[in-house]
Design a protein around this ligand. Structure first.
Ligand code: AMP
Length: 285
C-alpha cells in the first residue's frame, strides 16, 4: 500500500494507472475505520484494478465544531487495517490540499430538496459540506466507481443526485450496513458510548426491524409515533424517525402507494448521535 498526502503525488500514481487502462475504485472516509468501512474497501479492491481510500476529516461537514474536535483520529490503526485489506493507495491529504487558497470548491447543484429533510433539518450546512468534499475528492481521484454505505442513506441519495445532475462519469456502488453482533450499526461514534449504553443501543435496530416485520399492522404515521415513544427511554432520545420514499426521501402516507420505502432514524445515546435505517420494502428494481 502506498500513502499519498498530496494531489501531485496521487495524480502521478493514478495517471500512470489510467494510461494503462486500469479501472479505479474509490472509498472516501473520515477515518477511525471499523468493519463497516472494511466491507467497502473489500468491494473496492475486488471490483477494481486500482483501489483508493481517502482519510480526511472534512471540517466543512461538521455543523458542531465540538463534534469535529471530538472526532476520533486513529491513523496508525487505520493504515494497518487498509494494508491488511490489500488496498493499493491511501490518500491522506491535509486541508490545504483539499481546499487550496484561491480555488472555489463550493458546488452549485440542484439537489431537489433532498438536503433539507431529515439530517438536513437537524444538521444545517452538513450536506453542503458533504457535497463539497465528495465533489472535490472525485475531481482529485477521478474514479470509475465510488463506494458508499447504505448506513448514510440520505448521504448516498444526495451524492447519486449530484452525480446525475453534474453528469459525473463515476458509478456509485452502495454497500449494505455492517452491524455489531447485537444489531447496532457500526459507527466510529460507537467508541464514545459506555459499554452499557452500547449494548442497550440494539433497541434502535430492533425498533426499526419490528416495523419491517409487521409493516401492515399500522400506518406509516402510527409507526413513526410508536417508534418515537419506544426510543424515548433513558439514555436514549430520538431526534426523528421518518418513514420515507427511498427515492424522494419525502414522508409516505401509505405503504401501498410506494414501491421503495425506508425508515431512517437519528437517536441520541447520552451525548452521542447515532443514525440508522432499514429498507422496509423495495419493489422498484
Ligand atoms: P464515514 O467515515 O463515517 O464518513 O464513512 C465512510 C463510508 O463508510 C460512508 O460511505 C459510510 O456510509 C460507510 N459506512 C459507515 N458505517 C458503515 C457501516 N456500519 N456499514 C457499511 N458502511 C458504513
Amino acid at each position: 500500500m502506498i500513502v499519498r498526502k498530496t494531489l501531485k503525488g496521487l495524480r502521478r500514481q493514478l495517471d500512470q494507472a489510467k494510461k494503462e487502462g486500469k479501472t479505479i475504485g474509490f472509498t472516501p472516509t473520515l477515518g477511525a475505520l471499523h468493519q463497516g468501512h472494511v466491507s467497502l474497501i473489500n468491494r473496492t479492491v475486488e471490483e477494481n484494478e486500482i483501489s483508493v481510500c481517502s482519510i480526511f476529516v472534512n471540517p466543512t461537514q461538521f455543523n458542531e465544531k465540538s463534534d469535529l474536535k471530538k472526532y476520533p483520529r486513529t491513523f496508525q490503526a487505520d493504515s494497518k487495517l487498509l494494508k491488511e485489506a490489500n488496498l493499493d493507495i491511501l490518500f491522506f491529504p491535509s486541508a490545504n490540499q483539499v481546499y487550496p487558497k484561491g480555488l472555489n470548491t463550493k458546488v452549485k447543484v440542484n439537489l431537489g430538496g433532498l438536503d433539507t429533510l431529515m439530517e438536513g433539518g437537524f444538521r444545517p450546512g452538513h450536506f453542503e459540506g458533504v457535497v463539497q468534499v465528495v465533489k472535490r475528492l472525485l475531481d482529485m481521484v477521478q474514479p470509475d466507481r465510488l463506494y458508499m454505505g447504505q448506513k448514510d442513506f440520505q448521504q448516498f441519495t444526495i451524492i447519486q443526485k449530484m452525480i446525475n445532475e453534474l453528469k459525473i462519469k463515476t458509478e456509485l456502488v452502495v454497500c449494505p450496513i455492517v452491524r455489531e453482533p447485537h444489531g447496532l450499526a457500526m459507527s466510529s461514534r460507537n467508541e464514545r458510548l459506555s459499554k452499557e449504553t452500547r449494548k442497550k443501543a440494539k433497541v434502535i435496530f430492533n425498533t426499526l426491524s419490528e416495523i419491517k416485520a409487521n409493516l401492515n399492522d399500522k400506518s406509516p404515521e402510527e409507526w413513526m409515533e410508536w417508534s418515537m415513544k419506544k426510543l424515548k427511554r433513558k439514555p436514549f432520545n430520538p431526534e426523528y424517525v421518518s418513514i420515507v420514499d427511498g427515492h424522494t426521501l419525502l414522508p409516505v402516507k401509505s405503504f401501498r402507494k410506494h414501491k421503495y420505502v425506508v425508515v431512517c432514524a437519528a437517536v441520541w445515546a447520552d451525548d452521542v448521535r447515532l443514525i440508522d435505517n432499514v429498507i422496509l420494502k423495495n419493489n422498484s428494481k
